[in-house]
Design a protein around this ligand. Structure first.
Ligand SMILES: Cc1cc2nc3c(=O)[nH]c(=O)nc-3n(C[C@H](O)[C@H](O)[C@H](O)COP(=O)(O)O)c2cc1C
Length: 351
């Protein structure tokens, strides 16, 4: 017997996969008589639950973003100091796919190892690590999956989560499902770091509201990161957007699109600019003038490239936002946007 009296699960979820996974685990815990709390991270930060005495198990359950956990969730884990030395577990929901009868898993990268290391260093006991491959919600990248595929994946992974919850609540340690992909996770870690320091800010500038937007403000109110504001009567995505996909998938008017027709050419231009030849030439220039740069030059060039890239995306995004006041531009954007097509679909976990 584990002797757990309380279970607290803190989650980060854009389209419901991590929330539902947390609820599945909580249901098992309730059946076993535990005091159970399931909270999104922003509610936990405002109003952490007061638990009665007894042993507490704390779960951190989050979507995976760019082979890592989202920044806001990592920040919470970094600062977490409640229930010292208690048992904790980590669940990350990933982008699963299904091809014919084959369930294809996503990739965690840093999303398990980093939070586990942070919590261990703080003195917590990481008793379980579990990835869950629910349907991918990355609608700015690919069309949403068909509902038959979604339903079949959700049923399949619910069983796996139930099994995981049984193990967890019976006190068995479980790391294997997270660690089996460790070699691949280590290989893609550099991409995870690139996404964390650059990619996520760029993606934040890929959304826009079409003329179907009726200013209902739902996207602004429901954003888990408070990353949307109303600017000139239109939703405007700030750099703090984590691309959790809540807004795009939940908009009742289907008015939120990804700006591929603007975004991709811009990415191409930026790609030219950050290409390794130009970087190497810039470095040679730096070293020739300032010998001390021999050591730091590469990093300085990289940081400069990143800053210029972000400025470029930020300013062109503002320009698109401004041009959307003009009917002609609005029409061009609307009729050239691929995410507007019916087949592109939207995703949220079925009720
Ligand atoms: C911006 C973004 C980045 C993502 N990166 C990854 C990733 O690196 N690996 C992965 O397996 N899934 C990735 N996904 C897919 C989501 O993690 C996955 O669909 C998750 O289950 C969504 O959970 P949620 O519904 O709770 O938000 C990404 C999704 C988005 C929107």
């Amino acid at each position: 017997m584990t002797g757990y009296k309380n279970l607290i699960i803190i989650y980060y979820s854009g389209t419901g996969n991590a929330r539902r996974t947390s609820e599945w685990i909580a249901t098992r815990a309730k059946e076993q008589g535990l005091n159970t709390f399931v909270l999104p991270f922003y509610k936990y930060l405002k109003d952490p639950p007061a638990v009665s005495d007894g042993k507490t198990l704390v779960g951190f359950c989050s979507a995976t973003h760019g082979f890592n956990m989202p920044h806001h969730f990592l920040k919470l884990i970094f600062r977490f100091k409640a229930f010292p030395k208690s048992d904790v577990f980590i669940v990350n929901t990933r982008a699963g796919l299904k091809l014919s009868k084959l369930f294809i898993p996503g990739l965690s990268g840093l999303a398990q190892i980093l939070p586990a290391a942070m919590l261990r260093l703080k003195g917590y006991h990481v008793v379980a690590m579990q990835p869950v491959d629910l349907p991918s919600n990355w609608i700015s990248l690919h069309p949403g999956l068909k509902s038959t595929v979604v339903n079949s994946m959700v049923n399949h992974y619910k069983e796996k989560v139930d099994h995981f919850a049984e193990l967890l609540l019976s006190g068995k340690r479980s790391y294997f499902p997270a660690l089996i992909s460790l070699p691949a996770d280590i290989l893609i870690m550099p991409i995870g770091l690139g996404y964390y320091f650059g990619g996520r800010f760029i993606l934040a500038k890929s959304f826009y509201a079409t003329d179907l937007c009726n200013d209902c403000m739902l996207c602004i109110k429901a954003c888990p990161n408070n990353a949307l504001v109303l600017k000139d009567n239109r939703p405007y995505w700030k750099m703090t957007c984590e691309s959790c996909m809540h807004c795009m998938n939940f908009c009742p008017q289907r008015a939120i699109e990804t700006n591929h027709n603007w975004f991709l050419p811009l990415l191409f231009v930026v790609g030219l600019f950050v290409n390794p030849w130009i970087a190497a030439m810039a470095m040679m220039g730096l070293e020739a003038h300032i010998p001390a740069m021999l050591f730091l030059g590469k990093w300085i060039v990289m940081i400069l490239q990143l800053v210029i890239t972000l400025l470029l995306f930020g300013s062109t995004y503002y320009l698109v936002h401004y041009l959307m006041h003009f009917t002609f531009f609005k029409k061009v954007m609307r009729y050239t946007s691929i995410t507007r097509a019916g087949f592109w679909r939207r995703y949220r976990i079925p009720a």
